[in-house]
Design a protein around this ligand. Structure first.
Ligand code: PEP
Ligand code: MG
Length: 869
């Protein structure tokens, strides 16, 4: 059996994390690197029982490695990940029974007695699961009774009395007397720790802290580092070599003289800080450890550097000083903010401690978000009043408003507002633009509010269904009954999906330094191109700022909601004849041309996918009576006429109705106007900048190749006509948005005619599941919570279904036309797991909201690294 043990020693093989747990594996690495780690052996996770005979053999080897017989040992739990910390270490094993006389000889009566009562305390807590407080109360009661301030001032007699009380505590909890010898005590502690590990209470504690509840357990037996002895240079502490917030080097921590384990952090006595700098910053009068023991600090710094180089990460170091001699007991990965994680990974790669690809793999793409948006200060208190879906990251605070108009008015007068609506529609975009954040009580991850907010980079929470919103009364009611009125300040945390009362302090984003460096490395690694979904020159600017390689989707309909355009658009929709329609379109032409012109100038010759009009026309008509009256007055028609037209256009299933290329076929003049605007803008922008844009014209919602064939001819005809008028040769391509299941299956035929395909995975998911993307938010959270769906398929691509049909589409398209360019432009383009799928499925690029571009760049690099492994 002893062959199965692992060893923590400079000359022992490295311990595998899966078999020996994280703690043991890290300690073994540190010991091999020559760091001062007390020697020890480890019982692997698959070793259930251990006999005293086996332990005798193990102790004999331990004695050889240690150079002498150990008086005392400690036992620590080691599981995979940080979950083992829910079981405290058992210290001073051996300080009872037969071992005491030797301890008395070595350390004197008082200290031997102190070690004994510490063993009882630690045994009670660490292996019997008795509450820490039981022992602490006994200690405080005694200290109060005898009138001493510190444990160190307790006399031998008083310590013996304390040990008696501890015995009683253990006996009351049904504990047996400790065996008399070191091996027996070790055996008992190992057995009890394994029993304690699987109790429902321990499992619950692990669960509560987010760790795996049935994680297997390895156990470390190590020579004890005492921490007791000459004042000041004997004690225990914890040191962090870097700032957990920024990740920059800087030693901080706590140290307590005459202490063991984590006593420095337990608040029994006031610990010292480690350095003079920290003492000054915190305005403390008590000397720092640096002033009491400068050598110890020098040693800690040296050790810290060595740990980073040898172990390839930054750790919090649990250390002990025994008469000035440093021992390291535990290395816990430094808890760090998103910013610090990036700084540390980049520093480690630049110092050669890890490779650049390791640095890239260490940064969860979610952490990138925190670099791009203001985020809630982690130290701020959160008064949560609602929970929804985390639709668009970042924190936004402002006075509550309940209409987009109020949002615009308030923002115009310099107020920060938070726009709360039941759900949003295209008319609300300007209000969303004006707000610092958006909250809806309905809607899912691909609802209008979510898509637009991500595009605008606005913090947004959607589907906060436990809150009730009364638009008439202008109130928002939290599930606990609190009512928030218009003007009350509320914060949304779009990363967590939380709604919080008041203005919660935030941290500003930063895209420089280490983060910029990491992004450079990501670009060197990735194969997938990353483009952005951008509808305006402004969005395109944001996308370029994040180093997007072009625009993968310009939804042209969004241009129609701005300024004067909506009125001309409505005129066009109300038109009863083609002639009337053309007259209205003629008004739209210059506006749309200007929009494209600005976009082309801004994008500086990079590719731009222009998608022709997609939504059903009735989406542009007003809905409420007041809006209808307003429109009627503006267009000099009767409200009845508007209502009648709206009725005519109404459809039972608008998302499956007259939309996408079907509009282009039903009313060819609409696409003709858009195409003229695009091509004329190319000519004008090219003349101005000297660099001709190369638009990629995309036809939406194709399901039959003939649809594309018809519209392709229209595109070519218009290009020819504008080219002749302007005397410019136009360079453009024509492609298809693959967003119906049939288009996936017919992708071979389509690719035979198209220059490019772009998978619209929002509609594709909707159609393949038969699941409305605008209504799914109401029940998908419940589905995910109950394990019906593993993820929200509108958020993370469903590889099994949607992924399969995409793969079929790609295979058929490439078989027919090997060079056809293939992209993805649904919301999944900004989701790391979906980007990984796109890499594996052979896409050429993904396109996502501008603010997701850095996340996608990193995710694409990670996908490439993963695929190489
Ligand atoms: C899609 O359907 O995936 C898409 C990108 O288009 P939209 O969201 O505009 O329907
Ligand atoms: Mg679509």
């Amino acid at each position: 059996m002893t062959d199965a043990l692992g060893w923590i020693a400079p000359d022992a093989p490295l311990l595998d994390e899966q078999r020996f747990g994280t703690k043991a594996s890290v300690l073994s690495k540190a010991a091999r690197a020559g760091l001062p780690i007390p020697p020890g052996f480890v019982l692997p996770t698959d070793m259930n029982g251990v006999s005293t005979a086996d332990l005798e053999t193990a102790f004999a080897t331990l004695e050889k490695r240690h150079g002498q017989q150990p008086d005392l040992v400690s036992i620590r739990a080691s599981s995979i990940g940080p979950g083992s910390d829910v079981v405290p270490a058992v210290l001073n094993i051996g300080a009872a029974g037969d071992g005491l006389p030797r301890l008395i000889d070595r350390y004197g009566d008082r200290m031997a007695c102190d070690l004994n009562r510490r063993l009882l305390h630690s045994f009670g807590v660490g292996v019997m699961g008795i509450d820490e407080e039981e022992f602490e109360y006994a200690l405080y009661d005694l200290m109060r009774e005898v009138g001493v301030e510190a444990e160190a001032d307790l006399s031998l007699d008083q310590l013996s009395r304390l040990a008696e009380t501890y015995h009683d505590v253990i006996a009351e909890m049904g504990g047996a007397a400790l065996p008399s010898d070191l091996i027996g005590q070790t055996h008992a502690a190992l057995t009890e720790m394994a029993n304690l590990w699987i109790t429902p209470r321990a499992k619950l504690r692990r669960q509560a802290r987010g760790f795996e509840d049935d994680a297997p357990l390895a156990r470390i037996v190590q020579v004890m580092a005492l921490g007791l002895g000459e004042a000041e240079i004997s004690g225990a502490g914890i040191a962090h070599l870097r700032d957990p917030q920024t990740g920059l080097p800087g030693l901080t921590g706590r140290y307590l003289a005459n202490a063991q384990g984590n006593e420095a952090m337990m608040g029994l006595r006031t610990p010292r800080v480690l350095t003079m700098t920290e003492r000054e910053v915190r305005g403390l009068s008590e000397q720092s450890l640096e002033e009491c023991a400068p050598d110890a600090i020098a040693h800690l710094l040296e050790i810290g550097e060595q740990i980073e180089t040898e172990l390839g990460d930054s750790y919090s170091i649990d250390f002990t000083l025994a008469d000035g001699e440093m021992r390291i007991l535990e290395l816990i990965p430094l808890k760090r903010s998103a910013r610090a994680a990036v700084q540390i990974a980049v520093d480690l790669a630049e110092n050669g401690a890890i490779s650049r690809s390791d640095a890239l793999m260490r940064i969860g793409p979610g952490l990138v978000d925190e670099h791009l948006h203001p985020t809630i200060d982690p130290s701020a208190a959160r008064d949560q009043i609602g929970q929804g879906l985390p639709a668009s990251p970042g924190a936004g605070a402002g006075k509550l408003v309940f209409s987009p108009d109020t949002a615009e008015e308030a923002a115009a007068s310099g107020e920060r507002v938070l726009l709360a609506l039941v759900e949003t529609s295209p008319e609300d975009i300007r209000g969303m633009h004006a707000a610092s954040g958006v909250l809806t009580v309905r809607g899912g991850m691909t609802s209008h509010a979510a898509v637009v907010a991500r595009g605008l980079g606005k913090p947004c929470v959607v589907g906060a269904k436990d809150m009730s919103l009364n638009r008439v009364e202008r109130t928002l009611t939290a599930p606990d009954g609190r009512v928030f009125k218009e003007g009350d300040v509320v914060t949304v945390d779009g990363g967590e999906g939380q709604v919080l009362a008041g203005k919660v302090p935030t941290l500003e984003p930063e895209i420089t330094g280490a983060f910029a460096r990491l992004m450079e490395w990501a670009d060197q690694e990735r194969r997938l191109g990353i483009r952005a979904n951008a509808d305006t020159a402004r969005d395109a600017g944001t996308a370029l700022g994040f180093a997007a390689q072009g625009i993968g989707l310009c939804r042209t309909e969004h241009m129609f909601f701005q300024d004067q355009r909506i009125s001309a658009m409505r005129q066009m929709i109300l038109a009863e004849t083609e002639e009337e329609r053309r007259a209205a379109l003629a008004k739209l032409l210059p506006m749309q041309r200007d929009d494209f012109h600005d976009l082309f100038v801004r994008i500086q010759g990079m590719p731009v996918v222009i998608r022709l009009l997609d939504p059903p026309l009735h989406e542009f008509l007003p809905h409420g009576q007041a809006e209808i009256d307003e429109m009627a007055a503006e267009l000099a028609v009767t409200p009845q006429k508007i209502r009648a037209r709206a009725l005519e256009l109404a459809e039972f299933n608008p998302m499956l109705g007259n939309r996408g290329c079907r509009i282009g076929i039903a009313y060819p003049e609409i696409y003709q106007m858009q195409l003229r605007a695009v091509f004329e803008a190319v000519c004008h922008a090219g003349q101005e900048t000297g660099e001709a844009a190369k638009p990629e014209i995309m036809i939406p919602l194709v399901s039959a190749v003939r649809e594309f064939d018809l519209l392709k001819s229209e595109v070519e005809a218009m290009a020819k006509s504008v080219s002749q008028d302007c005397g410019v040769t136009l360079d453009y391509t024509i492609g298809v948005m693959i967003e119906t299941p049939r288009a996936c299956l017919r992708a071979g035929d389509i690719a035979g005619l198209a220059d490019f395909l772009s998978f619209g995975t929002n509609d594709l998911t909707q159609m393949l599941y038969g699941l409305s993307r605008d209504d799914a938010g109401r029940f998908i959270p419940n589905y995910v919570a109950r394990g019906v769906f593993e993820h929200d398929p509108f958020h993370q691509i469903d590889e099994d279904g949607v992924g399969e049909i995409i793969r079929i589409g790609i295979e058929r398209a490439r078989e027919r036309s090997p060079d056809v360019s293939i992209g993805l432009c649904g919301e999944h383009g900004g989701d790391p797991a979906s980007v990984d799928f796109c890499h594996r499925a052979g896409f050429d690029y993904v396109s996502c909201s501008p603010f997701r571009v850095p996340v996608a760049r990193l995710a694409a690099a990670q996908a490439a690294i993963r695929a190489r492994k």
